[in-house]
Write a protein that binds this ligand. Sequence first.
Ligand code: C2G
Length: 129
Amino acid sequence: MKKVITYGTFDLIHHGHINILKKAKELGDYLVVGLSTDEFNAIKGKGAYHSYEERKLILEAIKYVDEVIPEKNWGQKVDDIKTHNVEIFVMGSDWEGKFDDLSEFCDVIYLPRTEGVSTTKIKTDLYNK
Ligand code: C2G
C-alpha cells in the first residue's frame, strides 16, 4: 500500500482543498492528512473559523481522505513519515521548495495551487457583500 501525506489547516473547505486532496490520493492508495491544531494555527498566525474537531469531521467525510492526524508543530513531519510508512509527501506549490529536506525520507511533490480561491478570499468576499 502506497501511503501519501499532506498537511494544512483546511478551514472553510473549498475546491482548492478538494483538488489537492484528490490529486494527492491519486498518487497512492492511502492519504493521511496532518491537520493543523488550533494551537498550531496560532503559531502559524492563522485563525481558523472552524475548530480542529470540526475541520477533522469535515475532512474525514471527504472520500479522498483515509486518515487525519493532528499537526501540532513544524517539526513532526519526519516522525509522521516514518510512523505512517509514508512514501510520498505532497503540498501545494505555494510551499515549493520549503520541504525538500524531506526527500531523504520520501518523495516530495508540490502540486499546482488552484487559482482564484482561498479561505482568506472567501472571508473577504463575504465581508464585502
Ligand atoms: N491549496 C491549494 N489551492 C488553494 C488553496 C490551498 O492547492 N487555492 C493547498 C495548499 O497549497 C496546501 C493545502 O491546500 O497544500 C492546505 O492549505 P491550507 O489549509 O492553507 O494550509 P497551510 O496554511 O498552507 O498549512 O505544515 C504545512 C502547513 O500546515 C500548511
